[in-house]
Design a protein around this ligand. Structure first.
Ligand code: ANZ
Ligand code: ZN
Length: 806
């Protein structure tokens, strides 16, 4: 008898897989249908954590199962390897970010291999290598040509500690997502991607994504934030100019008693130009700049403002209304100007109370319009349409939909990112780098001090260049791109990662996209997915690809918790995957993580659970070892007795359940649970004196095949032990014998007071008492007997239960 030596087994199979190129696949092989299984690629921090183990174990089961189902499976892995940590390491330890990154990648790749993941490493992409970022740069230039990348001067979120610009989404409640410092505002010229051009498509195409969790689609919808309303023009008194506001409540226009403008908006500056109010605005700006964005956007913000000297006229009432600047108006939403309706808007109300503006209600308690001239008596919905119509006919406003979505600010004042491939020439302005000169390489002579603006400014060799257009001395762009740019198209590069001529070959990408199954953390539910969706739409518009959406199905896996809270370094409640693997092996780690909870739910770490899985694996190993003598034996079912039939039924119904669990939903935990039952049954059955060896063999093979995708090293080992050749992953997923299952259960009818109320499945050999019990505990039956008293229960064996209640 041999013992389960996971160290030897796992090493052995990892080596074999590597030597045999087991996971190499050919995207141009058309003999099978394609299946693209993708897990979110990691940032190479150097060590994998339990979240990775979970994410990648799920993906691995899907990939292995789909392959056995007969698909040509693309299952790649790579590295999202630009980003701040490498640069911080350089500042702290003086290691060049490239060296730090590459050594982390090596370490992490080793760890992923130790987990037994079925990646085709020939398709690996590393976003920080010139081979990859050359194409990120090419994409940028194509976007620029299409007008999808542009530069603008604007107030940006500035983290004083990271000394970098942050995108809105990197600001969490007014603080830097990375270091928690309070974010400030700073005016800079920045590159943007015009994602708002596709706002409507990004919203509407969510409806096509049946395979996405509703909650993720909702988060995307909210982020895009479409609203319906109107723009209304207010004429400035004694001037030809007008101020346009965006409102979602045109029905309240008669209740407008003031106008408020965002102090940072260019409009505010224009309004005070050349007047004594210039100083007022300046003072006010200084005052609010010391306010954090948390405070600016919070509902409880103490509203503050200043009159800035001008008056507008309400287009419908002709009434004069003062213009103020106010801290609660945002410069980059709508038009940056708001009509103040204190009777119906809370923020406006706070402001009006503080500064003594009139509060005129225009809708009464019965939801009828008042104080609104000819609209009085209407519902607010009627007034909404009616007022827009009136404004439009008088040329004073327009119906308007608005999106909360902002363009994507991609400039970063950082070194370790993809250089933006443009130069600035005094004569020619912004000049794109020629394709032939790509990639614009990151220089190596850079100082990492952690201060000032982009570190690239410290490299003279990088900064000074010649203009591609006129040949005169020019300056190179010193900002790099947001790393979300790199991860917005990596899944297309995997398909054709060796292409040296182009970003990718359109034909092959069109064949392989969209990704059939994408798996990753819910923390990427908004930005990464939105950006990847936008890239996909932009590529389509440029004629590179044909698909509308990148990810057909999305699984967002739950977190790995320890005592109810997320495992995290800062909380010190982490378990290192490598320690677990050391102790129990990768197969046990994988099995536990797949068994402990459904994939989309949070999972509570349990040492006892891990040990339980280890014991189970040992149990499987022992029984296979014990029965492996059957390998060389020719056996036949012959005449089967009741117990043989039951064992066969169990084997085949388990096969059926696992197949369904894996192909229609991600029922890994339930699949493993039924496998455990099957193993228990086999243990009992094999002890019978008159056991049938063909039945044993059938059960044994089923167990080996079922366990293989979850615990691949063990699967291969057992496959060899039962006398099979080659890899278990090269076989077709076995079919089950439906006729063997039928025996196992029968359907019986349940009546309440003589009326058929339910049909339930029960084991063939059920006793009458058990039959009655099952009937009484059936959910549908319960509805009819709840709160009533049971007079009697009668039954006909294998057929019917009748419950009499009153
Ligand atoms: C008048 C009004 C009356 C408004 C009322 C609301 C309620 P959503 O729904 O989020 O799109 N608004 C417009 N631009 C703004 C800006 N730059 N900064 C701050 N607030 C702004 O919000 C649209 C509403 O937010 C608009 O409708 C406007 O106030 C305000 F009973 O106009 B409303
Ligand atoms: Zn020039």
């Amino acid at each position: 008898m041999s013992v389960y030596d996971f160290r030897e087994i796992e090493k052995k199979w990892q080596t074999k897989w590597k030597d045999n190129n087991q996971y190499k696949m050919d995207t141009r092989d058309e003999s099978k249908p394609k299946y693209y299984c993708l897990e979110m690629f990691p940032y190479p921090s150097g060590k994998i954590h339990m979240g990775h183990v979970r994410n990648y174990s799920i993906g691995d089961v899907v990939a292995r199962f789909k392959k056995m189902e007969g698909y040509n499976v693309l299952h790649p892995m790579g590295w999202d390897s630009f980003g701040l940590p490498a640069e911080n390491a350089a500042i702290k330890n003086g290691i060049h970010p490239h060296i730090w990154t590459m050594s982390n990648i090596e370490e992490m790749k080793e760890q992923l291999n130790v987990l037994g993941l079925s990646y085709d490493w020939d398709r690996e992409v590393t976003t920080s290598t010139p081979e990859y970022y050359k194409w990120t740069q090419k994409i940028f230039l194509e976007f620029y040509k299409e007008g999808l990348a542009y530069k603008k001067n604007s107030f940006v979120n500035w983290c004083p500690s990271c000394e970098t610009v942050l995108a809105n989404e990197q600001v969490v409640q007014g603080c830097c997502e990375r270091c928690d410092s309070v974010v400030e505002k700073k005016e800079l010229e920045q590159w943007y991607f015009k994602i708002t051009d596709f706002a409507e498509d990004l919203l509407k195409d969510l409806d096509k994504l049946d395979g996405w969790p509703e909650k993720v689609k909702l988060m995307q919808r909210n982020w895009i934030g479409k609203s319906h309303g109107a723009t209304i023009d207010f004429k400035i008194k004694d001037s030809d100019e007008t101020i346009t506001v965006y409102t979602t409540r045109p029905d309240t226009v008669y209740g407008t008693t003031f106008m408020v403008v965002a102090p940072e908006a260019p409009l505010a500056r224009e309004l005070v130009k050349g007047t004594e109010y210039e100083a007022v605005l300046d003072n006010f700006l200084t005052k609010i700049h010391s306010l954090s964005s948390i405070e600016r956007e919070s509902a409880s913000l103490e509203k503050e403002g200043e009159f800035i000297g001008k008056v507008v006229i309400n287009p419908l009432t002709g009434k004069e209304i003062p213009i103020w600047v106010a801290n609660y108006v945002l410069a980059d939403y709508g038009t940056g100007a708001v009509m103040g309706v204190p009777a119906h808007d809370e923020r406006d109300n706070d402001f009006a109370v503080k500064y003594n503006f009139d509060i005129i209600p225009v809708i009464d308690e019965n939801d009828k319009m008042i104080n609104s001239q000819e609209f009085n008596g209407m519902t607010k919905e009627e007034a909404f349409d009616g007022i827009i119509e009136k404004l439009e006919s008088e040329g004073k406003g327009n119906k308007k939909t608005n999106y909360r979505l902002r363009d994507w600010l991609i400039s970063r004042q950082r070194y370790w990112g993809c250089p933006i491939p443009v130069v600035y020439c005094d004569d020619c302005g912004i000049v794109p780098v020629d394709d032939a000169d790509l990639p614009v390489l990151l220089p190596t002579d850079v100082e990492f001090t952690g201060r000032g603006e982009s570190p690239l400014t410290t490299s003279e060799s990088f900064k000074s260049c010649t203009c591609p257009k006129c040949g005169k001395p020019a300056r190179r762009e010193v900002d790099t791109m947001d790393t979300f740019v790199d991860s917005s198209w990596y899944f297309m590069r995997y398909i054709d990662n060796k292409n040296e001529e182009n970003v990718f070959d359109s034909d092959i990408v069109n064949k392989w996209m969209p990704v059939d199954q994408y798996i990753g953390g819910v923390e990427h539910a908004i930005l990464h997915l939105l950006y990847a969706r936008w890239f996909t739409k932009a590529f389509k518009k440029m004629g590179w690809t044909v698909h509308d959406e990148p990810f057909q199905n999305l699984l967002t896996q739950g977190m790995v918790l320890m005592d109810g809270s997320k495992m995290s370094k800062s909380k010190g409640n982490t378990i290192s995957p490598m320690e677990i693997i050391e102790k129990f092996g990768a197969d046990t780690a994988r099995l536990f993580i797949l068994f402990a909870a459904p994939p989309e739910r949070d999972l509570d770490w349990s040492d006892a659970g891990v040990e339980g899985c280890f014991k189970f694996i040992n149990r499987v190993y022992r029984v296979v070892d014990e029965l492996s003598y059957l390998a060389g034996k020719d056996v036949e079912f012959g005449e089967l007795n009741k117990q043989d039939q039951e064992m066969r039924a169990k084997t085949n119904s388990t096969m059926k359940k696992v197949t369904e669990d894996l192909s229609v939903k991600f029922g890994f935990n339930t699949a493993i649970a039924s496998l455990m039952e099957l193993v228990n049954e086999l243990y009992k059955y094999k002890e019978l004196d008159n056991r049938n060896e063909a039945v044993l063999k059938e059960a044994l093979e089923a167990i080996v095949v079922i366990i293989a995708p979850f615990t691949p090293h063990l699967g291969e080992e057992l496959w060899t032990m039962i006398g099979k050749e080659g890899s278990v992953f090269d076989i077709s997923w076995p079919k089950y014998d439906e006729s063997a299952i039928q025996l196992d259960e029968i359907e019986i009818v349940v009546q309440v007071n003589g009326k058929v109320r339910s049909k339930i499945m029960v084991p063939v050999e059920i006793t009458e008492d058990e039959m009655k019990e099952s009937a009484l505990s059936d959910d549908r039956v319960k509805e009819f007997i709840e709160g009533k008293s049971i007079v009697k229960v009668v039954s006909i064996p294998s057929k019917l239960v009748n419950i009499v209640v009153k």
